[in-house]
Design a protein around this ligand. Structure first.
Ligand SMILES: NC(=O)c1ccc[n+]([C@@H]2O[C@H](COP(=O)([O-])OP(=O)(O)OC[C@H]3O[C@@H](n4cnc5c(N)ncnc54)[C@H](O)[C@@H]3O)[C@@H](O)[C@H]2O)c1
Length: 324
């Protein structure tokens, strides 16, 4: 049996009612784990995990990690914590400069402090490619440096990573830190695909594209994201395990727009670019992660970027477009 592949792991998923969190909860429940979710439902949706709650397979705590009592209650008796709660939207963080500090750093510190006091040792963290900033080396490996994020969201992810490794060094925690590429799939609540579909729902004749459309990045299906997280958790056993999770290819924003238009069955949609090499300030125009490290443990994604995007568009269009 592999490390951590013990049946009935008692685990907490923070942000478990969110996009990636709810898919992770599906996977943990199907492994037979005992799952508790804490979520403040700020961007998550209870219906994503309602079935598991109704069947008694998931215990749900509506709570906030900014509240230390909620954090302590949530980690009580856990063997592992999957930490996904955060502000997920880079632009929201730029417009509200203390959001990422609070939701990314303070909330993570509260969680770590609750874990220290409750003697909970294992933490799995959803970090991001944006910790690298505008990396000069592409594909970017995990040991690239110096790490110079250009968004407040990226700064908060890097700060949270720092607190996590410090709690490992100072209090004996063990961590699995994953730097995700752009994650796409069913139940997506934000990001380029949701943005395009919502815009086309309002006006199917014209699509506003932020930037010049040439921003080129790697897109990972949510299915591969969850698979990669659990693969690393089962196969890596250093005190601090840091992995990139992405695909080995990338696509640009104009191509994503074309796929969205094709999948919605629209014709003659005019693309209107807002211009500039990036979508918003703090946007990294080119991102491709080296996946050699997690690949050496036998993991590879099932879907390439274009395939992941197309599948996500089909699913999200059914949810948003079909929903009227
Ligand atoms: N989606 C991506 O492309 C991507 C890429 C890199 C990293 N990530 C990270 O993965 C994680 C999950 O992101 P997602 O895309 O599923 O977004 P999401 O918004 O769907 O998930 C975040 C969840 O956390 C909850 N939450 C937020 N603040 C909270 C708090 N203080 N206390 C309790 N719950 C709180 C929200 O209600 C939501 O359910 C986040 O940490 C995000 O930064 C996502």
């Amino acid at each position: 049996m592999l490390q951590n592949e013990v049946l009935q792991l008692r685990c907490l998923v923070t942000g478990g009612a969110g996009f990636i969190g709810s898919h992770l909860v599906d996977a943990l429940v199907s492994r037979g784990d005992e799952v508790t979710v804490i979520d403040n439902l700020s961007s998550g949706r209870i219906e994503y995990i309602r079935e598991h709650i109704a069947s008694g397979k998931v215990k749900f705590i509506q709570g906030d990690l900014l509240n230390r009592e909620d954090a302590a209650k949530a980690v009580d008796g856990m063997e592992a914590v999957f930490h996904l709660a955060a502000n997920p939207d880079i632009r929201h963080g730029t417009a509200n400069p203390d959001v990422d500090l609070r939701q990314g750093v303070v909330a993570t510190h509260n969680l770590l402090e609750a874990m220290r006091q409750g003697n909970v040792k294992k933490i799995v963290f959803a970090s991001s490619s944006v910790v690298y900033g505008e990396a000069k080396k592409i594909p970017t490996p995990e040991d690239y440096g110096p790490l110079m994020p250009i968004s407040l969201y990226g700064a908060a992810k890097l700060g949270a990573e720092g607190f996590i490794t410090a709690y490992c060094g100072s209090y004996g925690l063990q961590a699995w830190i994953y730097r995700f590429a752009n994650v796409v799939g069913p139940r997506g609540t934000h990001g380029v695909i949701v943005d395009f579909i919502n815009k086309l729902k309002k006006n199917s004749g014209e699509l506003e594209i932020l930037g010049n459309g040439k921003q080129t990045k790697s897109y990972l299906s949510v299915e591969d994201t969850v698979g990669g997280m659990l693969h690393g958790f089962n196969h890596a056993n250093e005190q601090v395990n840091i992995f990139n999770l992405g695909t080995n290819d990338w696509i640009n924003v104009t191509r994503i727009a074309e796929i969205v238009v094709e999948e919605l069955g629209l014709r003659d949609v005019k693309f209107r670019y807002t211009g500039g090499d990036r979508g918003w300030s703090g946007d990294v125009p080119r991102m491709l992660l080296s996946t050699e490290k997690i690949g050496s443990l036998g993991w590879k994604p099932l879907h390439r970027s274009e395939d992941a995007v197309r599948r996500a568009v089909k699913a999200v269009a059914g949810e948003l477009w079909g929903g009227g």
